[in-house]
Design a protein around this ligand. Structure first.
Ligand code: KG4
Ligand code: ZN
Length: 344
């Protein structure tokens, strides 16, 4: 306990960020340390799982120590529980964070709390917006996920739709590669698209069946590739900002329409954005305009809490522990862990 507040040490290592945080009462962040491997994976154009695991192993102890130090010299005696991402994610990467959290739990006798990574992304909003409470409609949009989620309680939610192929962030990253922009592509497309014309190239908007809240982004990725190849063959210059802006507009038209439609259909008055792509400036702008038009309130975390971090895991761990108690030391890393109970 610190100042009578329940104190969680949280660890996140599901992909290419080794992160640790100290969080009080679920919503007050004392430290949030993120060691990114982006520069290492850049050379390969994407995350290499084996390399990610090795770097997590090298980094995790330093990152945890730094989180304790930056929280103001917190010691393990001050910590009440240890929260850790147990899935979904890269199995080797998850195992490093999980083994570290278990070692601390075993050595100190403190409770261990396994957190679903996507639940963590949603919870990032509770940190940023002290007034936010369920129910609301959430759009979880990252490099690995694109889900419309009805959040009915701090620990209860229902997945209404998801991607049938690529995640939105994956599509951004792949299109950025086709356009020669580098990795990770999302922020680069976000930036360069501001200089382009979103109506320059007509890419197909894929809405799937009427009323479906699912997504499909693999077609547009191929669409961009075909467009670039045909321009090259015709000896035409490729206007990268125009292609980036047109791709982004096509993807976001679908995402915004489905998310706002789901909120209205399910009588929700709030939409909550979460995940790495939630940092996208055009997505925020378009969703805000639609939310204003329909009298909905839009919440999103600041960019540092959108992408992978451990503060969000500390928040999710707090609400899970208060409702369900601790996990035992047999807790396992599950690469495709489902978000809702009834999917199991
Ligand atoms: O949540 P996150 O850090 O990791 C996963 O759980 O996947 O999300 C990473 C993804 C990457 O695909 C990255 O390109 C994308 O989020 N991203 C963005 C932006 N910032 C990060 N996509 C679009 N616009 C951005 N500004
Ligand atoms: Zn994530």
């Amino acid at each position: 306990m610190i100042d009578g507040k329940f104190t969680i040490l949280a660890i996140e290592s599901s992909c290419d960020e080794t992160a640790a945080a100290v969080v009080l009462q679920g919503r007050e962040v004392l430290s949030n340390v993120i060691s990114s491997q982006i520069d290492i994976h850049k050379a390969y154009g994407g995350v290499v799982p084996e390399i990610a695991s090795r770097h997590h192993l090298d980094n995790v102890n330093h990152v945890v120590q730094q989180a304790l130090d930056e929280a103001g010299g917190v010691s393990m005696e001050d910590i009440d529980a240890i929260g850790v991402t147990c899935g979904p994610g890269l199995v080797g990467a998850l195992l490093i964070g999980l083994a570290t959290a278990k070692a601390f739990a075993l050595a100190t006798g403190k409770p261990l709390i396994g957190v679903h990574h996507i639940h963590g992304h949603i919870c990032a909003n509770y940190i940023e917006h002290k007034d936010l409470k369920p129910p609301f409609m959430a759009l979880v949009i990252s490099g690995g996920h694109t889900n419309i989620v009805e959040v009915t309680g701090y620990n209860e939610c229902r997945v209404l739709g998801g991607t049938r192929d690529d995640a939105a962030g994956e599509a951004y990253d792949k299109v950025a590669r086709v356009l020669g922009l580098g990795y990770p592509g999302g922020p680069l497309i976000d930036k360069i698209a501001r200089e382009g014309n979103p109506q320059a190239v007509e890419f197909k908007r894929v809405f799937l069946e009427k009323d479906s809240l699912d997504f499909s982004f693999s077609g547009i990725k191929t669409g961009v590739l075909n467009y670039v190849n045909s321009q090259k063959q015709a000896g035409e210059e490729i206007n990268v900002p125009d292609v980036a802006a047109s791709f982004q507009q096509a993807v976001l038209d679908v995402i915004v329409a489905k998310t706002v439609g789901a909120a209205l259909d399910m009588n929700k008055d709030k939409i909550v954005l979460a995940g790495g792509v939630a940092a996208n400036s055009k997505l925020r702008e378009m969703l805000k305009a639609e939310c204003d038009r329909h009298g909905l309130k839009l919440y999103h975390p600041s960019p540092i809490l959108c992408t992978d971090n451990a503060a969000m895991i500390g928040c999710a761990a707090y609400y899970k522990y208060m409702a369900e108690g601790a996990d035992d030391l047999t807790l396992d890393a599950v690469p495709n862990l489902p978000l809702q109970q009834d999917e199991k």
